[in-house]
Design a binder for this molecule. Structure first.
Ligand code: PLP
Length: 463
């Protein structure tokens, strides 16, 4: 491709992106394609000779674009958001154009040093103390895995990586049933195994771990000859937004010498608003905290902020330094690949820099506060509708609701998503099927919450 073609096609891609974003409101949120349709439309073999980009672009518009679910749609109320504010997309264009592999300081000093600064900005923005140092991981799943590996190594005297797990008592990790399944996977991959993931009963309106039950479980495990290694707590669990009482459960865990990790993948973004910080009161005592700016905050996927009290423990667990990865002649530099599981790293900090500068913390706070308010208002309006029951109360901008019987609730979520004006997903609350609503789209306005009310009530009357 000539530089001139690269320029004109880049412009065309950018124009397409801007038009796409501007037209989202008029599209159904969830892709309306049938399984296999896209696969069949793509030939089984690659071409032998190169094709004209004009044709490739046409096929992109004809085959691919209609098969996308629109995560940036203002009425995307399913799962959690994966916001990509336009300004962070601009930064991603630049990062993609430079296409640096930022594994070491010397492979792109700007990427490393901006990452250090951005993690300080974020740490201060969410109110964590200065002792925390941060790294950008690709996902919260990776951060939780990294924290679980630290738990393992710490509990095994830093010998698990070399000697494996066989020579040791069974390690135990504690959490509630409200944590994300990335915790289960972390236990699989770390070799600890989910049989050693002890689910502590929850209590209270926030569905948090019962601290006394945690104390009893750790004590019983020690008596049984097991080796308690860590606690994984959550602020804003995926299903219903459960929040552990971090002050209480971290105190119990630390009195037994456990490493503590807090998964706030979604809710962490809201901690830029001081008034929501009571949801994770006590977090400052944690050893490790993860939250995803790629969810609610608006940094395009992927961008997961992993903040740790003692980076040395993470580096001791994950760093590996063959000669070809050593940095000559510079003492005291940070190589972030030693803080993560993959060696290769994208330049992720640039989109955070663009995002926070362009919107400012007050701009981002305003968005989050609006979402929380609009979700709360919608919840109250639905509560007043005959036949609709609020199953779990709002935590930030997430609540769940159901109709009186399960079959109709299932039919309702399906009817809503086939209709396409809004997109919702479901969960199970103590075995009961419920529909989740979360407000979080970067482009959402109050009228989108109003439309959600209209769609839900109109279709509930029909199912
Ligand atoms: N933790 C929580 C609470 C989540 O809700 C999610 C995903 O929604 C994850 C972890 C996993 O996040 P990631 O996709 O960044 O691994």
């Amino acid at each position: 491709m000539t530089p001139e073609d690269f320029e004109s096609w880049s412009r065309r891609a950018a124009e397409w992106g801007a038009r796409y974003r501007a037209g989202l409101r008029d599209k159904p949120v969830r892709a309306q394609t049938r399984p296999g349709e896209i696969y069949q439309a793509v030939p089984p073999m690659p071409p032998m000779e190169g094709e004209a980009l004009e044709r490739i672009f046409e096929d992109f518009e004809r085959i691919i674009a209609p098969g996308m679910t629109h995560w940036q749609h203002p009425r995307f109320f399913a799962y959690f958001p994966a916001n990509a504010a336009p300004v962070s997309v601009l930064a991603e264009y630049l990062v993609t154009a430079m296409a640096a592999q930022c594994m070491l300081w010397q492979t792109s000093p700007a990427a490393t040093e901006l990452e250090t600064r951005m993690m300080e900005w974020l740490r201060d923005a969410i109110g964590l103390p200065e002792v925390f140092k941060g790294v950008i991981q690709d996902s919260a799943s990776s951060a939780t895995l990294a924290a679980t590996l630290v738990m393992r190594e710490r509990a095994l005297g830093w010998q698990g990586n070399t000697r494996g797990l066989c020579a040791h008592p069974q390690l135990r990790v504690y959490c509630s049933a409200e944590v994300h399944t990335s915790v289960d996977r972390a236990l699989w991959v770390s070799g600890i195994g989910t049989d050693n993931l002890v689910r502590i009963p929850t209590m209270g309106p926030r569905h948090g771990i019962d601290p006394q039950a945690l104390e009893a479980a750790i004590t019983a495990d020690r008596a049984a000859g097991h080796l308690p290694a860590g606690l994984i707590a959550c602020t804003g669990g995926t299903s219903i937004g459960a929040c552990d009482d971090l002050g209480a459960v971290i105190a119990v865990a630390q009195s037994h010498g456990l490493y503590t990790h807090v998964d706030a993948a979604w809710a962490g973004a809201a901690m830029i608003c001081p008034e929501f910080r009571e949801l994770w009161g006590g977090v400052e005592a944690a050893d490790s905290v993860v939250f995803n700016p790629h969810k609610w905050l608006g940094a395009s996927f992927d961008c997961s902020a992993h903040l740790v009290r003692d980076p040395e423990a993470l580096v001791r667990t994950l760093a590996i330094q063959p000669e070809f990865l050593k940095t000559q002649g510079h003492d005291g530099i940070v190589n972030y690949s030693e803080w993560s599981i993959p060696l290769g790293r994208r330049f992720r900090a640039l989109k955070l820099w663009f995002l926070m500068r362009f919107h400012g913390l007050e701009g981002l706070r305003g968005m989050i506060r609006n979402h929380v308010r609009w979700a709360g208002d919608l919840c109250e309006k639905l509560r007043a509708v005959d036949g609709i029951e609020i199953v779990t109360e709002p935590v930030l901008s997430l609540f769940t609701f159901a109709l009186q019987d399960e079959a109709r609730t299932r039919a309702l979520v399906q009817a809503i998503n086939d209709d396409g004006r809004i997109y919702l997903t479901q969960t199970a609350v103590a075995g009961r099927f419920a529909i989740r609503f979360q407000a979080g789209s970067f482009e959402m306005e109050e009228r989108d919450a109003e439309m959600a009310f209209d769609v839900i009530t109109e279709l509930a009357a029909r199912v």
